[in-house]
Design a binder for this molecule. Sequence first.
Ligand SMILES: [Zn+2]
Ligand SMILES: [Zn+2]
Length: 350
Amino acid sequence: MRAVQLLAWQTQAQVVDVEVPVAGPGQVVIKVAGAGACHSDLHIMHMMSDGMFPWGPPFTLGHENAGWVHEIGAGVEGLSVGEPVAVHGPWGCGACSRCMAGIDQYCTDQLSAAGDGAFGGGLGLDGGMAQYMLVHDARHLVKIPGGLDPVAAAPLTDAGLTPYHAVKLSLPKLVPGSTALVIGVGGLGHMAVQFLRALTGANIIAADTRQEALDLAVGCGATSTVLTSGDDAAAQVKEATGGRGCEVVLDFVGVDATMALGVASGRQLGDLTVVGGAGGTYPMGLYTVPYEMNMRSMYWGSRSELAEVLALAARGDITVTYTEYQLENALQAYHDLEAGQVKGRAVIVP
Ligand SMILES: [Zn+2]
Ligand SMILES: [Zn+2]
């Protein structure tokens, strides 16, 4: 079969021929419906090197995946061939208290996970940018509710799940009349706007450097927008909140400038959650951020939260915007992603 593989650190991915995987005991092979292309794949390709992780290339990319059950390994129960499933992407050891709670992304014993510490399919182990994908433990699969296209479910496993987790962390502060600021309306940010709309009574301000991204945000339910190409973005956000600032800021970019915008747009007792992986920093201190502002990073979401995201999507409360690319054109998808030219999420459809 064909697969999009990273063969060495700091190289472009390549489309190559590989063997179709076989399901061992406890495992499942899925026929891939879609695999999302993520900004973190670009970071993996360009910024990583030997020794940074316990794992490395070669492996098939694609860590946001959905499809249909194709082959069921010995001992797996409760699944049937042809059934549509989404793959919960972070694969932990399965035995620690966090994995038992479904938060594999914070596994305390990752070295005991499949692949000697690999983070999951597409993150050290073979991912979904291929016709078939081996899921190393059936517990990573979440059934897709009726009415939801498995191609649309693929980006929901990361581009949906990650912003969903970010919004849920701040739910108690997002009361009616509060304001949430979403910085960066790309694959994740446009979903965050929808989750805020579906789950809270907050006003939603969307900020981006691109007007078309702001147009997308309005279509997703943003109540106001701020173009951040100028240097008065924070003043515009403050003005939109009557001078108070935002209770919750979600930064889906994560460069120095967006974190600074987040702090300047926030308020006392608020939350600033950095989701974007661009590697920026902000000097946190008693006089540099509003009092009792809670600053945090975060990574992905839990298995039960993925089921919640799929339920919201099946009910039509959220819709993921995505652009389909054929497997042979996966490199074009990454090129477009890097150039900021993808509307919503890029999804590879084998
Ligand atoms: Zn990702
Ligand atoms: Zn674990």
